[in-house]
Design a binder for this molecule. Structure first.
Ligand code: FES
Ligand SMILES: [Fe+2]
Length: 452
């Protein structure tokens, strides 16, 4: 089956069936272009954290879909997202990835902009026709219409209307709460730079992998073996112990994933793998001396009861569709940047818990180096897999990709979502395709729906 030259709603709906999707969703340039317009052009897209732009004039360059934007704190204290394009002849105005500026000046002919995007000065303005009005808001670094933050996490939407951020996030907001609540001082900050990696494959593969409990045993076999061979005593100071535990835990058998860990999904494509980190199961390592020190600080600030409640949230990755995946326990946050149907870039940020011992942040970086960083022993396996999917899809093999595991046992959940019976359910992929269809056609389809 080929994709229709004109992608009608009907033809798009035909590509997503209960339990399976057409492989062109991962390769077709027309579909990719439509996704950029209808998903990335409509949803709330994570664009940065308040701690990346704390001072007036601080800016971070990023993208919404393929569109370059600049996130900047203006002198009115607000954060704006500006299209990174000069109103003169189109050059991208802000080239550095981050910095501080009192104005933005285009490199080409020197048009200059205030940090809220308004034109400040136009060289040789007398030469232009009188109708060129520098106060015209369209003659500016145009503002992205909606920018809102939730507990420091900044999202922007290219759409002028639609659900507000809170409604968009729904129950997934509790995972962002979890990320912040873990800080004894109640604040977190992005720190330690950014890991960047790219892979040859579609952007959707990334979120599909981040809650995939059925893959570690195979994909991460080499690092599992290496970690098993690692003596416990090597890290007598505790450093790196958590990362080694993580690699070993990837060896957990199916019986573990099918009984101990769950997956929850919510409207708009969001999901998380839950029931995860605790000493009895996976890598929480609460007896690690650094964690003990941290817990003592948390209890001192919040009280024993509240600290207990905070630490009881044991989620692995939370995906906020379409471009964000994060893990509260080790303060990792990944932003997905689609580049082409078969090319994706991911930025990984680490966060410091304010008020926590500095060694906690060192644990965060150690964990990232092993699991999420560019030279990670674990991530590199996943990147290889994405590339192999892309290579596999270039064959003339099976036309439909199977996402039906757990389909008959998904159940409605008291938190308002749908839960896979256990973490090996592909319910979260079906859930993302529910959202995909809604964005792409304006109509949902019960790809995810719980069996009644
Ligand atoms: S393109 Fe920016 S000043 Fe000419
Ligand atoms: Fe993996």
């Amino acid at each position: 089956m080929g994709v229709d030259a004109m992608l009608t709603h009907q033809s798009l709906r035909r590509l997503v069936e209960p339990g399976r999707v057409h492989r062109s969703l991962y390769t077709d340039p027309q579909i990719f272009a439509l996704e950029m317009e209808r998903i990335f052009g409509a949803a709330w897209i994570y664009v940065g954290h308040e701690s990346q732009v704390p001072q007036v004039g601080d800016f971070v360059a990023t993208r919404i879909g393929l569109k370059p934007i600049v996130l900047v704190r203006h002198e009115d204290g607000k954060v704006y997202a500006l299209h990174n394009q000069c109103a003169h002849r189109g050059a991208m105005v802000v080239a550095p990835e981050a910095g501080n500026a009192h104005e933005f000046r285009c490199c080409y002919h020197g048009w200059t902009y205030h940090t809220d995007g308004r034109i400040k000065s136009i060289p040789l303005q007398h030469g232009y026709p009188a109708c060129l009005d520098p106060k015209d808001p369209k003659l500016a670094m145009v503002q992205v219409p909606r920018v809102t933050s939730y507990r420091g996490f900044i999202f922007a939407s290219l759409a002028t209307d639609g659900p507000d951020l809170q409604e968009f996030l729904g129950y997934a907001a509790t995972s962002l709460d979890d990320m912040v609540d873990r800080a004894p001082d109640g604040e977190i900050e992005a720190a330690g730079g950014v890991f960047k990696h790219a892979y040859n494959g579609n952007w959707k593969l990334y979120l599909e992998n981040l809650c995939d409990a059925a893959h570690p045993l195979f994909v991460h076999q080499s690092s599992i073996e290496a970690a098993k061979a690692q003596a416990d005593t090597v890290h007598s100071d505790g450093s790196g112990e958590i990362a080694v535990r993580q690699m070993r835990q990837n060896a957990a058998p199916y019986s573990f994933w099918e009984s101990q860990v769950g997956i929850w999904t919510y409207t708009n494509g969001h999901s998380f793998l839950g029931d995860y980190h605790d000493d009895a199961k996976l890598v929480a390592a609460m007896n690690d001396p650094v964690f003990r020190d941290y817990i003592a600080k948390l209890e001192a600030r919040k009280g024993k009861e509240r600290a207990k409640k905070i630490l009881e949230v044991r989620r692995w990755n939370t995906n906020v569709y379409p471009n964000l995946s994060f893990m509260s326990q080790f303060q990792q946050l990944r932003v997905v940047h689609p580049v082409a149907p078969n090319r994706t870039v991911v930025y990984t940020y680490n966060f410091r818990l304010k008020g926590a011992p500095e060694a906690m942040f060192e644990q965060t970086i150690a964990f990232a180096n092993i699991v999420n960083g560019t030279g990670s022993l674990v991530l590199t396996d996943d990147l290889e897999t994405y590339g192999r999917i892309d290579a596999g899809l270039s064959s003339e093999g099976a036309e439909w990709l199977q996402i039906g595991r757990g389909f008959t046992s998904d159940t409605a959940d008291a938190t308002g979502g749908v839960r896979g019976k256990n973490s090996t359910s592909e319910v979260y992929i079906r859930n993302m395709y529910d959202a995909w269809l809604t964005y792409m056609t304006g109509e949902g389809q019960p790809v995810r729906a719980a069996a009644q």
